[in-house]
Design a binder for this molecule. Structure first.
Ligand code: NAP
Length: 344
């Protein structure tokens, strides 16, 4: 079976993707930032098939030759390592540099390995838009042109990294082809103890960190479907371009309802509704008092319902999506099981 390199192996999406690859018989080489995070490596090493078919290497995103050794002899590469945090002190250094330089360094290393036939980069819906508009159905033809270092800097890092990947393909013309997956908010049970930024949304709601029900609507996708999408992108010879990877949208009001049902003893779920015109204006003002990452996210998303077309990934890769409402409930229970939510 082919050897697949997965960067950022300890990550939420990467660990599920490695589980999927191992379950389908692949050999996997994962890169980690540091061997010091022994607990997360142990979770990977405990996956079925890992003892025979998973090896881990250290590799740094900012090292120009960081992935040379890792890419050697691989048939395909899944590039997933990238900082996924909303609030940082220095957006250029903490988000954009590792995202962009890491992607280019990875692609350069892959280009030096003649065995690599396909690279799949995990981009994001963040590279498609940071301000969904009600009258516009988003497709793979859309690009986020609004984010910057001071407005939704994480979104900017993902947009710049994906643009850098396509520019590399145009300029360097490597022997492999590039496929990009653009997931929306990825949720689901975690294989490691780490609390992912996307699942943290639910933990924050349950802990009472949202003052009220806001006019927020998220596009969700189950982490196991995102893992499957990446494997299908490797296995489908005709796969090309970008793929929006998102199941359904769910409003915060509905998320709160699902969480209430899944965790009946949760006491701090918001019940007061500010998900109307006046509430949205009020919250846009209140967002000015939030840290920059959270504040710019709220200002560009409050009162906006994303509309997107996920037909390309369903028809070209044959991906089917789980019911994200069930995933939200499952995630809530998983957050309790890992100790991220304490109900008593
Ligand atoms: P995650 O759990 O935080 O995983 C990110 C991975 O990247 C981790 O392995 C992390 O290593 C590594 N990483 C981060 N910064 C790094 C740095 N400066 N140097 C080296 N490694 C670094 O997040 P995830 O949700 O699985 O994200 C995986 C990919 O999917 C990312 O590219 C993210 O942008 C993208 N994505 C995520 C979502 C979502 O909703 N979760 C949606 C769309 C796209 P450590 O474990 O050592 O920190």
């Amino acid at each position: 079976m082919p050897l697949v390199l997965v960067t950022g192996a300890t990550g939420f999406i990467a660990s599920h993707t490695i589980a999927d690859l191992l379950a389908h018989g692949y050999h996997v080489r994962g890169t980690v930032r540091s061997f010091a995070k022994a607990a997360d490596h142990a979770a990977l090493k405990a996956l079925p098939g890992a003892s025979e078919r998973l090896e881990l290497l250290e590799a740094q995103l900012l090292d120009p030759h960081g992935f040379d050794k890792a890419a050697e002899g691989c048939d395909a590469v899944l590039h997933m390592a990238s900082p996924y945090v909303m609030d940082v002190t220095d957006p250029q250094k903490d988000l954009v540099d590792p995202a962009v330089q890491g992607t280019v360094n990875l692609l350069k290393s892959a280009a030096q390995a003649p065995s690599v036939k396909r690279v799949v980069v995990t981009s994001s819906m963040a590279a498609i838009t940071d301000e969904p508009e009600a009258d516009h159905l988003l497709t793979e033809a859309d690009w986020n042109t609004k984010s910057s270092l001071t407005r939704n800097a994480y979104y900017y890092s993902k947009t710049m990294a994906e643009r850098a990947a396509w520019s590399f393909m145009d300029e360097a013309k490597p022997a492999f082809d590039l496929v990009v997956i653009n997931p929306f908010l990825v949720i689901g049970p975690s294989l490691t103890k780490a609390l992912n930024t996307s699942n943290k949304v639910f933990a924050d709601i349950v802990k009472g960190q949202y003052p009220a029900i806001l006019a927020l609507t998220w596009g969700f996708v189950d982490v196991r479907d995102v893992a499957r999408a990446h494997v299908l992108a490797l296995e489908t010879p005709s796969a090309s371009g970008r793929y929006i990877c998102a199941a359904d949208t769910v409003s915060m009001r509905d998320v709160v309802g699902i969480l209430r049902e899944a965790l009946p003893s949760a006491r701090k779920l918001p019940s007061f509704g500010l998900d109307h015109g006046f509430g949205t204006s009020l919250m846009r003002l209140a967002a000015l008092t939030q840290p920059p990452g959270v504040g710019s996210y709220l200002r560009s998303h409050l009162g906006r319902v994303p509309r997107y077309d996920n037909k390309k990934i369903r028809t070209e890769l044959g991906l089917t999506f789980r019911d994200v409402r069930k995933t939200i409930a499952e995630t809530a229970n998983d957050l309790v099981a890992w100790g991220h939510i304490k109900l008593r």
